[in-house]
Design a protein around this ligand. Structure first.
Ligand SMILES: [Zn+2]
Length: 224
């Protein structure tokens, strides 16, 4: 796919990632739950794809549990067309565009935040963090949120996502950087992974439940 070509650009929108070659072709990389792109010289386990790059280095796609994958596209245009259904990017969007994206669906607000066609880039960890920071119960129907509440969630989203990226992302089990190092953002989590512990807002015990089929932690006192 990338053979003999120079890497022209690396693109990202939400959780989608792509390498664009100077030849015009593009390779989409889906990290899934356990996938990673590693740069180095050492071979590791579960290395499904390896590209030799100049300078004796290699770029490798590893994915122990195989939830991710790589997908070739004939052109950057085709790739971008396939991304057209994604919502605004949670790291880069404005509060106005996120507020609009949250909209008024009947589904629980957490399901909506996880829906990549509404907002792209939010996963289970940060959906819980954003809703706790907003004081909104993840089980509430998005339809019944007030405009002020939608705007509040939107305004919490970008800073929380940016802070997590600044701290290198959350390494709970599998997440790693291109050099194999771990992230540190898990130390910032105020609700995720803290079920049964004291809420950092009110000291009451955080509860564990399921919303949209996903493990969810919330404070029933602080989140209404
Ligand atoms: Zn609380």
């Amino acid at each position: 796919m990338l053979c003999g070509s120079r890497i022209k650009a690396v693109l990202r929108h939400g959780k989608r990632l792509a390498i664009v070659a100077a030849s015009g072709r593009a390779l989409e990389v889906q990290l899934g739950m356990t996938g990673a792109l590693l740069i180095g010289t050492k071979r590791t386990k579960h290395q499904h794809v390896t590209w030799s790059v100049s300078g004796g280095m290699s770029l490798a796609f590893v994915d122990p549990r195989r939830f991710g994958g790589v997908r070739p596209w004939k052109s950057e245009r085709e790739l971008r067309d396939s991304w057209a259904g994604l919502g605004p990017d949670a790291l880069l969007a404005t509060v106005t565009s996120l507020t609009r994206a949250i909209g008024a669906a009947r589904r629980p607000i957490k399901a909506l935040l996880l829906d990549q066609s509404c907002i792209a880039g939010i996963g289970n960890i940060y959906a819980d963090e954003i809703l706790h920071a907003s004081g909104i119960d993840p089980r509430r129907s998005a339809l019944l949120l007030t405009d002020r509440e939608r705007k509040l969630i939107a305004s919490r989203t970008v800073p929380i996502m940016r802070l997590a990226v600044r701290h290198g992302g959350s390494t709970i089990r599998d997440y790693q950087h291109t050099d194999g190092s771990k992230g540190g953002a898990q130390l910032l989590h105020r609700v995720y992974g803290r079920a049964g512990l004291a809420c950092l807002g009110c000291s009451r015990s955080l509860m564990l439940t399921k919303v949209a089929g996903r493990t969810t932690v919330l404070c029933s006192h602080c989140q209404k």
